[in-house]
Design a protein around this ligand. Structure first.
Ligand SMILES: *Cc1c(COP(=O)(O)O)cnc(C)c1O
Length: 388
């Protein structure tokens, strides 16, 4: 009997400690962790630099109100802006708060320029932007919104890949289009570069804002610091979370100057958002994962891993339908439901997680070792053989 509510279908397995790519149960059984808290622990478990950061900062200062200056936050915001399209940052504590803040700053922008009627956000049908009341209705998923009415209005939806339905849904009330460059929960589905470029052009033409949700695919996960960078476009607003805290709850919304100048005192806030402890960790993460050298390594590991996975697909064409993804945000799409496959991987001490469309999501830490990738490939092959 558990006193935890039943909102998760939890696996009957728990861990006592972790190191790098591995998790250990209380009996010392070792698992290769290619979930990493769903793309959160970008440096794996108990990274020495993060342990040191949290130790040092915890002796100095954990939390002060945003009523005061927070130098650690100034520093992290500067790093994020210097590295990206952004001119300004608001810190939050999670992904869904970051997407909510993105929606708020987009609406506030149009309100401030005297066009308050432009307040609708256009999203992909059955996308994922988090679990708050607004974010579930942004996703337009029946499963996520069922029983949580009244419906939050202000969101329209188009079908992934259907450009006609996208253009048809833009009207005089549209404020922004919000999409994930690579849909994580949605099954590691990428928006091609040419599509992102067309999206940017469309937003320019219609004078609306482009919000790119990089909560899952951002912070070097794709092999670029942001997944959209490969397309060479610049969005207006980007919510981030997951990787930026390396396991500590941290989110943010990044925005360009045009949007940022409309954010005035009192328009948004958060008690915990941007506190010194979170900021010190974010600073260490940025120092570790945003360098060219680090990104080059993610790309090279990815190239090797995808090559080997595609070979596996060729060997087991009746099981594996598609290998998807970029960087270390990878999906193996099966022909059948993936649950049994995932269970068998766990039996063989490899942890992965499901996504939509029968996809097994593989999210190694970004500093994973090649031999750990090889270990996972051996287990994947073993399970393919068993289920063939
Ligand atoms: C995980 C995720 C969120 C929500 O993040 P939480 O921290 O769980 O609130 C939002 N958008 C995307 C794309 C995500 O992957």
């Amino acid at each position: 009997m558990s006193y935890l509510a039943n909102n998760y279908n939890r696996k009957k397995i728990s861990f006592r400690n972790g190191k790098g790519s591995y998790l250990y149960t209380s009996k010392g059984i070792k698992y290769l962790d290619f979930v990493q808290g769903i793309a959160v622990n970008c440096l794996g478990h108990a990274h020495p630099k993060l342990v040191k950061t949290i130790k040092n900062q915890s002796k100095k200062l954990w939390h002060v109100s945003n009523a005061f200056q927070i130098p650690e936050g100034e520093k992290l915001a500067k790093k994020l802006c210097k590295k990206t399209f952004a001119d300004s940052v608001i810190f939050q504590n999670s992904g869904t708060e970051a997407t909510e803040a993105a929606i708020k700053v987009a609406r506030r922008y149009f309100y401030s320029i005297g066009k308050p009627f432009k307040n609708r956000i256009l999203c992909i049908k059955n996308s994922f932007h988090g679990r708050t009341i607004a974010a579930i209705f942004a996703s337009g998923s029946k499963k996520m919104t069922e029983g949580f009415g009244p419906k939050v209005s202000g969101f329209d939806h188009f079908i992934f890949g259907n450009h006609k339905s996208l253009k048809k849904k833009i009207n005089k009330n549209t404020a922004a289009i919000m999409v994930e460059p690579i849909m994580g929960e949605g099954g590691i589905k990428e928006i091609p570069d040419w599509c992102l470029r067309e999206l940017r052009k469309l937003c320019n033409k219609k004078k609306i804002l482009l919000i790119l949700d990089e909560v899952q695919c951002g912070i070097s996960r794709s092999g670029d610091f942001f997944a959209f960078e490969k397309s060479r476009i610049k969005p207006d607003i980007v919510p981030i979370a997951k990787g930026i805290g390396g396991g500590f709850p941290l989110g943010a919304v990044l925005m360009n100057k045009k949007v940022a100048t409309r954010v005035t005192p009192g328009t948004h806030g958060s008690t915990f958002g941007g506190n010194p402890l979170a900021m010190s960790i974010g600073n260490t993460i940025m120092d570790e994962v945003s360098s060219k050298k680090f990104l080059r390594n993610v790309k090279s590991l990815s190239k090797y891993f995808l090559f080997r996975l595609n070979k596996l697909k060729k060997k087991y064409p009746k099981i594996i339908k598609d290998i998807r993804g970029r960087g270390l945000l990878i999906g193996i799409q099966l022909y059948k439901d993936q649950s049994k496959f995932i269970e068998k991987l766990i039996d063989n001490k490899l942890l992965t997680i499901r996504a939509a469309e029968n996809v097994i999501r593989i999210l190694p830490p970004l500093n994973v070792k090649k031999k750990e990738l090889n270990q996972s490939l051996n287990i994947l092959e073993k399970v393919c053989k068993e289920l063939n």
